[in-house]
Design a protein around this ligand. Sequence first.
Ligand SMILES: C[S@@+](CC[C@H](N)C(=O)[O-])C[C@H]1O[C@@H](n2cnc3c(N)ncnc32)[C@H](O)[C@@H]1O
Length: 426
Amino acid sequence: MNSNILNIECLRLISDGSGVGYMNGIATFVPGLLPGETAEVAVSKTKKKWQRASLLNLIQRSPERIDAPCTVFEGCGGCQLQHTTYAETLLWKQRWVEDALARIGKISAEVKPTLGMEHPWRYRNKARLHRLPTGELGYYKEKSKDQVNFHDCLLLSEGMNRWIKRTEELLGEGYPEIHTLTFRENTKNEGLLIIEGMPGESLSVPENNDFFEALAKEGLRSIWNLDAEGSLQLIWGDEEFSQTILGLTFELSPLAFLQVNSRQTDLLYKLVLDAVALTGEEIVWDLYSGIGTLTLALATKAMKVTAIEENPYAVENAIQNAVNNHAVGNIEFLKGKVEQRMMKIEEEPDVVVLDPPRAGIHADVLQRLLELKPQRIIYVSCDPGTLARDLGGLTAGGYKVDSVQPVDMFPWTGHVECCCLLVRAE
Ligand SMILES: C[S@@+](CC[C@H](N)C(=O)[O-])C[C@H]1O[C@@H](n2cnc3c(N)ncnc32)[C@H](O)[C@@H]1O
């Protein structure tokens, strides 16, 4: 028998969709294997402390195993968890957060069960696609530039899939300089398309109005060109593109951040609003504030909100959104990096909301928060690793983790969002 072929029992699932078991005490990662399963596997990579193996033959099958509904699940890499039940994915997301907090942050806190979706499909409001020389549009496989073509991505709405197919047909093999296309869809199911040239190259913008008119019939509202310098030009359609969140309307520029799961966004923001527990007397800082989604909701319940955001397009949107929603009286919008702008504010906050990108907060932000000592910090995170690091720093500096609520913003993928409340320990 080949000594590389082993029997293994899977004990855990990790976020890239691999199962983990032990062979002679060595952690062995097997893509596609599920907890509770035993299998024959072939070792493909060996390191000092771990090894990787591929699944040859399933001996004991988990009752949680399902056939992935997507036909390109195995080759795509966009989803990591379609081979198990939705309930099981929610359970593991809760464990990943618990594990990161304990291992990285040295925090033992109760992590609540992950709040999932009733219908966990067709939730993504954004898709970034690349084009083959033959004209087909597809995703890049994770960590590579190999392209995956698909007929129907089950994370996107039927409308967005239709825009993609129609764009592919209309472009055909023409316009070879168009290389990357990003579609966004709002809560009214209207679409926006951003086109880009080859990496580092600007496009000469197509002037074919028939092409644009045909896409408009499918529900696309506007087409933008993003040039190699990173600036945007509207090449066709309507500049305005709005999204409804918690009953308010937000203008959104093509490059501004928006939660990718519109249906779960209200739920996530309601958790934040519950956690801040405002009485109307508080000074609140909304750090990493995007287009002002949380800022406006916070301002209805606080004395004053100061919002900081670095993306100039998003800040412009946020100011306009405050005007449009009659919420200008008690909000100050500051443009710039949080780690720089917050140092210059003289007023001290009672409550701070943090919603940073995956990298988490800058060490200077953490340090300044420990000096300012706000009563409450609400940390919204899309990366359990950096969340755990930052909560570790905040708890070491006098905060107590009051609640940790994972929310499934990204069903069938290894990603998980969390809303955490921290309060001053003394
Ligand atoms: C996860 S989004 C949150 C946005 C907003 N709170 C929302 O819910 O829509 C993170 C935001 O932080 C901004 N950002 C990233 N790094 C930043 C920094 N160092 N300083 C200020 N803003 C930053 C991004 O442009 C993005 O809008």
